[in-house]
Each structure stands twice: as structure tokens, then as C-alpha cells.
Design a protein around this ligand. Structure first.
Ligand code: HEC
Length: 159
């Protein structure tokens, strides 16, 4: 009997800390499955592993940040604690089950995902490249004109 109990405790200890399904959590996060109380999908404001919105913080490592499943679940249950999320979820509370799925998704993301900044470096180079392109085009289009104006000025100053 004692062994059986020990074995059961062992099973409990190795079972995943959150019983949710990470795939379902992912779908909830990205809005492929709707929240039963009609809440907005999280990706409207948050990103995980590089995809999603930039209004809220990156949630890739949020599982670690709140010290695991229990901490994170507590935070999600009280999502009204975040001023920006309060009005959005006040009448659309997440269910226990949805919170479990989301937590499982965040747990997986924390292990595999990569956090991204609010303004990815790539965009900066993209914008900078566009700027250089404009400078180049303006040189081609307007460059000759400026030179010809200058030439006229130089010429007229000789007399
Ligand atoms: C309307 C935009 C919006 C939506 C939708 C939204 N959030 Fe948030 N969330 C925020 C903002 C902004 C913050 C930062 C705190 C603040 O300003 O309220 C935040 C903070 C958080 C935090 C704390 C992050 C940290 O690093 O401390 C968690 C966890 C979180 N949100 C989870 C979720 C989940 C899960 C969903 C989907 C059910 C969701 N959020 C949907 C805007 C949003």
C-alpha cells in the first residue's frame, strides 16, 4: 500500500505542471479558437516567438517571469490587474480551462520561443534602406538641376 502511494505521488510529480493543451492554447492566443466568453484574442496586443501585436509586452517568457504555472494562472485569472486589459476582459472572463490551455502554451513557448523587441531591428534596416533609396532617387532626379542652377550662378558671377 505504501509503495502504491509512493508510486502515485511519483506520477503526480512527473506529470506536467499545467494540465492544459499547448496546441489549444496557441489557437486561443492567435484567435483560431474563440474564447467562450467572447474575449479578444491575445495576439491583438501581445506577441510570442516573434508573431503578434506590439501594444503589450512580449509574452514568450512570461511563464518563467511569473515563476511557473501557478503564478501565471493567478495573473491570468486576475487579468483585470493590467490597466490596458481591464476594459477588454471585464465582461469576457477567461474560463479555468482556457487559462490552463494558455498556460500550457506559454510553458512551451518559454522553452522554445525567442523574445523579440517592440521594434524589430529588421524594420530599422528596412526603413533606413528606403531612406537611402529616396536620397539616391532624389539625386538622380534633382541632382542635375541643382548643378545647372549652380553653373548659372557661377557663370553670372563672372561678369
Ligand atoms: C487590448 C490589448 C491587450 C489584449 C487583447 C491582451 N493584453 Fe495582456 N497586456 C496588455 C498590456 C498593454 C499589458 C501591460 C500592462 C498594462 O499596461 O496594462 C499586458 C500585460 C499582460 C501580462 C503581464 C505581462 C508581464 O510581462 O508582466 C500578461 C501575462 C498578459 N497581458 C496576458 C494576456 C493574455 C493571456 C491575453 C489573451 C487572453 C492578453 N494578455 C490580451 C494588453 C493586452
Amino acid at each position: 500500500m505504501k509503495y502504491l502511494l509512493t508510486f502515485l505521488l511519483f506520477l503526480i510529480s512527473i506529470s506536467p505542471s499545467s494540465a492544459g493543451d499547448p496546441e489549444k492554447g496557441k489557437k486561443l492566443f492567435y484567435g483560431e479558437i474563440s474564447f467562450s466568453n467572447g474575449g479578444l484574442q491575445c495576439m491583438a496586443c501581445h506577441r510570442v516567438d516573434g508573431s503578434g501585436g506590439t501594444l503589450g509586452p512580449d509574452l514568450t517568457k512570461v511563464f518563467t517571469r511569473y515563476g511557473g504555472a501557478d503564478g501565471l494562472k493567478a495573473v491570468l485569472q486576475g487579468s483585470t490587474a493590467f490597466p490596458t486589459m481591464t476594459p477588454v476582459y471585464r465582461d469576457a472572463n477567461l474560463t479555468e480551462e482556457e487559462i490552463s490551455h494558455l498556460t500550457a502554451f506559454f510553458e512551451k513557448a518559454a522553452q522554445e520561443g525567442r523574445e523579440t523587441g517592440r521594434f524589430p531591428v529588421g524594420y530599422f534596416f528596412f526603413a533606413f534602406g528606403g531612406f537611402l533609396g529616396l536620397v539616391f532617387i532624389s539625386q538622380v532626379v534633382w541632382g542635375g538641376r541643382l548643378k545647372s542652377v549652380r553653373r548659372k550662378l557661377v557663370e553670372s558671377s563672372r561678369y
